[in-house]
Design a protein around this ligand. Sequence first.
Ligand SMILES: [Fe+2]
Length: 311
Amino acid sequence: MIIEDQKDVTTAVLSELQRAGDARFKEIMSALVRHLHDFVREVKLTEEEFHAAAAHIIALGKHSNETHNEAVLMAGSLGLSALVCLLNNGGRGATETDQNMLGPFWRMHSPVTPNGGSIVRSPTPGPALFVDASFRDADGKPIAGAEVDVWHSSPEGFYENQDPVQADMNLRGKFFTDADGHISFRSVKPAGYPIPIDGPTGDLIRAQGRHNMRPAHLHFLASKDGFKTLISQVYVQDDKFLDTDVQFGVTRHLIGNYVRHDNEAAPAPGVEGPWYSLAHDFVMERGSTKLPRPPITGKARGERPKIPHLA
Ligand SMILES: [Fe+2]
């Protein structure tokens, strides 16, 4: 159609979308166009601001590579990842859920590790942590034979893929639940960490006057035929960034109980000083098993990065 005024642009784009053969595509794109056009009208977006927005989108791509996913980082910092997670789980946001964001650091092919084994694969200073996690269905029945990926940051605040100092796949492991639905492993207590701020996500956070820290957590990804893949994080209860997570990921249901032990014998030899334990129970919902697309595929080389902490 010939555009007579600004309102006609929206009408024209929406009418072209009627050609789309895929109903879901048509629904999503029509809503996107309506909201996007209304957003431009509401804020009276200037031409300079429009060009700046395009540059930010280009920067998302330019700052992404096999070891870093800026798009996922940005989605988290806008609360989009948390919103999508909570809207799609726990009765579509009605009840508590063990589901949480995948985040940008999951890698496929973590080393298969026997229950009770360690995921510390290169010298990693920090207090020992012993984890026992159970996986059950909604009726409380143990889920045996589920495949569970675990990954977390080092006590220095780096995932191994970011940090050439750590061995490949350090602090990552793949476990299988036993007949009682449990996995167990040894690691080191994770620390909170700063998200990278050298890209457009950093620009956003600085402009908002926020800090760039995530509270300490462990990541879990559990899959078993007949169940919806469980993607979860269990947060450390006394982390000072618990209620200001830069990625808006902390739900009350997923605050763990990391217990400090000062004077008790550890469950494995070679532990000096205080150590920690975490026991956590997960519920998996019935559904179709599908692994997410891995946000990264490789490991950084060269120097350990210096990621500033914003106050
Ligand atoms: Fe994380």
